[in-house]
Design a protein around this ligand. Structure first.
Ligand SMILES: Cc1cc2nc3c(=O)[nH]c(=O)nc-3n(C[C@H](O)[C@H](O)[C@H](O)COP(=O)(O)OP(=O)(O)OC[C@H]3O[C@@H](n4cnc5c(N)ncnc54)[C@H](O)[C@@H]3O)c2cc1C
Length: 522
């Protein structure tokens, strides 16, 4: 999967594409993967890097959504639990079961949440990840030695899925490419084209690397731009009513000492009535999230001071040692593309179900849903798009389609396990040039060989692509990531044949970006 190869494939096509997908997050890449695997001709354009938007900024859970169970939305939970099981079966190198404990401090909490979480586990049927059980205080502390012991009565154990969102997305893009899709990053769609009757029949985009205009004709244009969906809809028709109610969520990352075991904490009811998680992730502790309505989606949203205080405050209520601003290694925000329903102003109450919306111009928008359900969203979208394009309906095959890197006996978690069957090729790079085996930073595992691999096989184009999304340094430890920028830039320049000036510019840009992942008062 190389960018030059993708641009060449685009230029070779003389026929209209069956589908042009705008947006390279979980939704768009999922649609491209589904369409290509059914044999449709599909091209996808992403304005930045794959996953630059919300899809690299999630809580990293493949889950049915305990909260939706609480809201009584059983069909949503059952559907998502089914997708959870399919995803683990198709991408075992990236999705694994994670034990969660709900700590109980009030007498009624263990029986109450116990019943709910046993129901949750049962709803997964034969695709279950593990049985739920009620734990004594001692058993709870044995599994989570850092949970606040004062007043603790016990806990409820249950299992859900965990993954690396940006890495799964890259592997999905590779799978889509293997199936014949053309996917181009750094290609921003700026307009749509129309037939004489006003129906949309293509897009106009700019290749942000060459500054050349790209024109793609399509039977159906599929808008999969998540929180930016209305911006693209307005390119087609400035009068359409908005579909999206953007809502920000943040995460704070701490070192492993806050949650040293293999178990995560789930808080089912925070002060503002939300669910919050503290999760072990890549040798660190990830805590989030919030749900703050925002007026407009941004590509690089920033955590609000009150969100940071809220997460710190909530974590402090459940951990022996309350984390402070000084403990925050990285803080990142993402925007949920929630679908507006009536006049509700509370985004936490808005539906997490997906919506396919077709404007009178023929522009199809797929939005809402969640990472976990991307496959189902894509299946529905491609069914609908094929119908609209008057194409013969071919059956969806993604329920059993293995994701790039699929490894039947995945390696134990650790160095390179996330690469699945690509790992031996990275090891071969290290053997050929032993210097490439060295981590770029003593506090993080990312090696020089992975930077080369990201540029060579995963379409990474910038230092940010590598340090934020191919390896997760920026999200794990923003200061360490800044120190990795210079060696990463040098390696990328070598692989992509870039100048010394390009390297300097990349280091400056990345350093400026990484500053935004630090919190004030740290
Ligand atoms: C804080 C938070 C935590 C979450 N946690 C979870 C979780 O644990 N599990 C789960 O299942 N779900 C989770 N979700 C939900 C999930 O992350 C989102 O539903 C999903 O990532 C949305 O993907 P998307 O592709 O629709 O949007 P995005 O990932 O935002 O992708 C849209 C893309 O469109 C591109 N784009 C925009 N305009 C243009 C244009 N003009 N031309 C070309 N490209 C364009 C953007 O650059 C962007 O990359 C979470 C969401 C948030 C905010």
């Amino acid at each position: 999967m190389t960018r030059a190869g993708m641009i060449a494939a685009l230029a070779r096509r003389t026929e209209p594409w069956d589908f042009v997908v705008v947006g390279g997050g979980a939704t768009g890449v999922g649609v491209a993967l589904d369409a290509a695997s059914r044999g449709y001709a599909v091209a996808l354009l992403e304005q930045s890097d794959f996953g630059k938007g919300t899809s690299s900024r999630s809580t990293k859970l493949v889950h049915g959504g305990v909260r939706y169970l609480e809201q009584g939305n059983i069909s949503l939970v059952i559907g998502a639990l089914k997708e959870r099981g399919l995803l683990r079966a198709n991408a075992p190198h990236l999705v694994h079961a994670l034990p969660f404990i709900v700590p109980a401090y009030k007498w009624w909490e263990a029986p109450f949440y116990g019943v709910g979480l046993m129901t949750y586990s049962l709803l997964a049927g034969k695709r279950g990840f593990g049985r739920s059980e009620i734990l004594s205080k001692r058993a709870t502390l044995r599994r989570i030695p850092t949970v606040r012991a004062d007043g603790l009565r016990g806990g409820v154990l249950y299992y859900d899925g965990q993954f690396d969102d940006a890495r799964l997305l890259i592997n999905m893009a590779q799978t889509a490419a293997d199936q014949g899709a053309v996917l181009i990053n750094y290609a921003r769609v700026s307009d749509v084209t129309r037939t004489t009757s006003g129906t949309i029949d293509g897009v106009v985009a700019r290749d942000l690397e060459s500054d050349l205009e790209l024109r793609l004709a399509a039977r159906v244009v599929i808008n999969a731009t998540g929180p930016f969906s209305d911006t693209v809809r307005h390119m087609a028709d400035a009068r359409v009513a908005p579909l999206i109610a953007p809502s920000q969520g943040i995460h704070l990352v701490f070192d492993r000492s806050f949650l040293p075991g293999a178990c995560a904490i789930m808080v089912p009811h925070t002060r503002d009535g939300r669910v919050m998680f503290a999760i072990p992730w890549h040798g660190h502790t990830l805590v989030g999230t919030t749900d703050t309505p925002v007026a407009e989606a941004q590509l690089e949203p920033r955590p609000l001071e009150e969100e940071i205080d809220f997460v710190l405050d909530t974590a402090g209520q459940y951990l022996q040692k309350a984390p402070t601003r000084r403990d925050v290694l990285s803080a990142f925000a993402g925007i949920r593309p929630l679908v507006r329903t009536g006049e509700s102003k509370i985004t936490a109450a808005l539906s997490r179900d997906h919506t396919i919306h077709v404007d009178p111009s023929g522009l199809m928008t797929i939005t809402g849903g969640k990472w976990t359900t991307y496959r189902h969203m894509a299946e529905d979208t491609v069914d609908q798009a094929a119908l609209q394009a008057h194409l013969p309906l071919r059956p969806c095959i993604t329920r059993t389609l293995r994701i790039h890197g699929y490894d039947a006996g995945p390696r134990p978690p650790g160095a390179l396990s996330l690469y699945g069957t690509d790992a031996p090729q990275i090891e071969a790079l290290m053997r050929a040039e032993p210097d490439l085996a060295r981590p770029l930073h003593p506090d993080l595992p990312c090696t020089a060989a992975e930077v080369i691999w990201a540029a060579r096989a995963e379409m990474a184009r910038t230092v940010e692509d590598v340090l934020a999304r191919r390896c997760r340094a920026l999200l794990l430890n923003a200061r360490a990531a800044m120190e990795m920028a210079a060696p990463a830039a040098a390696l990328l320049a070598r692989e992509l044949q870039r100048s010394a000036g390009w390297q300097r510019e990349q280091i400056d840009r990345f350093t400026e970006l990484a500053q935004r992942y630090l919190v004030s008062g740290a």
